[in-house]
Design a protein around this ligand. Sequence first.
Ligand code: LIP
Length: 270
Amino acid sequence: MDSRNLGLRFRVAQGIVREAGQMAAERFRRRDELVIERKGRQDFVSAADKECEAFVMSELLRIFPEDGFLGEEGGARTSGSGATWIIDPIDGTSNFLAGLPVWCVSLGLVENGTSIAGVIYNPITEELYAARAGGGATLNGKKIQVSKTPSLDQARMGLGFSYRRPVQEHVTAVRACLEASCEYTRFGSGALGMAFAADGRLDGYYEAHINAWDVAAGLVLVKEAGGWHNDFFGGRDAMSKGNVILAANPMLAQPLQSLLKIYPAENLPG
Ligand code: LIP
């Protein structure tokens, strides 16, 4: 996509995500009124997720009718332009429903298996992350960069888990980190985990299986903030089936790679 078209989409996406975030924040404040449906083990959805996704999808397709769309709550449309918007209307739904202000709206734009623009917005903390390919990454307009932590025994990782994968696998990852004196935090929002890795509040983020809508925005954020991440969309059917995610500052990519025993080494930095 040429720079002018990407720039236009980047600006429009920030406006739409901010508006969607305000809608979701209103629902958050009145969450006791929400009807909650169960999608799976500790996996919930409410009218707030669906409303937010429908709003974002209708706005994007009104302005960019040729683009494709993939949403966590089922919104989908094949792309005519080669670019596909990927949205998680409320990432961290369990936190949202519990009243924890650790959730966000996450919107990514993917072309040819690469994330080229991303916006992540937590309307409660008023933090808006944005990045476009070649344009750097920002938090509320200020440039962000990944951490410079040089070794695991000084690091703090974000570790995510869902019942899509065996509990033992997560326990093994937690144990490996702790035995390496590497601290960890579990947020319940993969998108915020990637954002915190991009601005250096975390030194990296790992989850054995995550969906495209959780990381599509975070991938370009981490990359534009000088970080490294695995070839998420290189996985078979990753767009529809998800994949493992590992993101980190470049110095920790290899040590984390070995520690978590996830990938062959060829696509690591350095
Ligand atoms: C969440 C992800 C998180 C994962 C949770 C859940 P949701 O997405 O962001 O990384 O650990 O199980 O999938 O369901 O809140 O959009």
